[in-house]
Design a protein around this ligand. Structure first.
Ligand SMILES: [Zn+2]
Ligand SMILES: [Zn+2]
Length: 345
């Protein structure tokens, strides 16, 4: 086995501490990656604060960029020294309709997630990317385009994939109006992607401050969702709305802001059921959709798109040794817009 060190939580809510643990020896199609940068996602915060005590110690983290340090004998796409990235899915069944479509994140048999997942070969629990090294099958490792800053690129592997997928699926582009609800880690990427794709972008936010930020990120308009007059004026305007808000909220006003046949795609995960007035959905034959992450084909496409269009998340890079402070600040919503850990510090 290979030894590595990471930042582990040993009990729900406890501070993370350095921990030495084992990675598997390389299988034939495995790639070993030295992790240089690891993004902090909202789901990492949930896992370390409210995760299952029985599965701790737990190393979270599923947005990594780094360098290949070793490859198994059957690996064909990577060599030692390649800049690479690993996201939130590291294996899947490979045979279901979702996997055959390269949408492994929706594997019918559930994908092996990067941490707190069950390895499909030996049944052990996966440990995540807040660590010096990660080992994954090459099919779930991505080439990191050299134009992309490795620190800023890390959040693309989860937040980026989640924001990009619906925009591509519903063909955001010239002539389309795209709304983005919530200007945080996911939403700010939604604005940047939709703008880079050539869509007219409307940001929906609750504060004047965030409205100004959204315009700076590339939004053509910003609408205060707390102002009924502005929301009324937004009716029938958006072909697609990407709703990134993770707090409970009603969807009616956003459904009314859709064009005929328009789609409201939710990617936030509130801890309460959605509330929807049926007429806001029915009138205009609107669609309510969901999303989260993406499969191997489109994650690579997203990374390549970012290189071509110079799109990167806005990040605050902090030493890995400051991880507990960063998690507390994330808990207080005090970040613009994602934290990235420098694993060398
Ligand atoms: Zn994530
Ligand atoms: Zn599958």
């Amino acid at each position: 086995m290979r030894q590595t060190t990471g930042w582990a939580v040993h009990a729900p809510g406890a501070p993370l501490t350095p921990w030495t643990f084992e990675r598997r020896d390389l299988r034939d199609d495995d790639v070993a990656v030295t992790v240089h940068y690891s993004g902090i996602c909202g789901s990492d915060l949930r896992a370390v604060r409210h995760g299952d005590a029985a599965s701790m110690p737990l190393v979270a983290g599923h947005e990594m960029t780094g360098t290949v340090t070793a490859v198994g004998p059957a690996v064909t796409r990577f060599q030692v020294g390649d800049p690479v990235a690993v996201g939130n899915v590291v294996d899947s069944c490979g045979t279901c309709p979702a996997c055959l479509d390269h949408s492994e994140n929706w594997c019918y048999a559930y994908p092996t997630v990067t941490y707190h997942g069950k390895d499909r070969v030996d049944g052990t629990m996966t440990q995540g990317g807040f660590a010096q090294e990660y080992v994954a099958r090459e099919a779930f490792v991505y080439h990191l385009p050299p134009q992309l800053d490795a620190a800023a690129a890390a959040p693309l592997l989860c937040a980026g994939a989640t924001a990009f997928a619906p925009l591509r699926h519903w063909q955001a582009g010239p002539g389309k109006t795209v709304g983005v609800v919530g200007i945080g880690g996911l939403g700010h990427l939604g604005v940047k992607f939709a703008h880079a794709m050539g869509a007219h972008v409307i940001a929906f936010t609750t504060s004047q401050d965030k409205a100004a930020q959204a315009r700076a990120l590339g939004a053509d308009e910003a609408i205060l969702s707390t102002d009924p007059e502005q929301m009324n004026a937004a009716q029938w305007r958006c072909d697609l709305i990407l709703d990134t808000v993770g707090a409970p909220h009603r969807l009616d006003a956003y459904l009314r802001a859709l064009t005929l046949d328009g789609t409201l795609c939710t990617v936030g995960i509130p801890d309460q059921d959605w509330q929807v007035d049926p007429m806001s959905l029915l009138y205009g034959a609107k669609r309510l959709a969901g999303g989260g992450g993406d499969g191997t084909r489109r994650v690579q496409e997203m990374l390549d798109f970012c290189a071509t269009h110079s799109v990167l998340p806005e990040v605050e890079v902090v030493p890995a040794s400051d991880i507990n402070h960063a998690l507390s600040r994330l808990e207080a919503n005090d970040v613009r817009y994602r934290f990235v850990l420098d694993m060398s510090k």
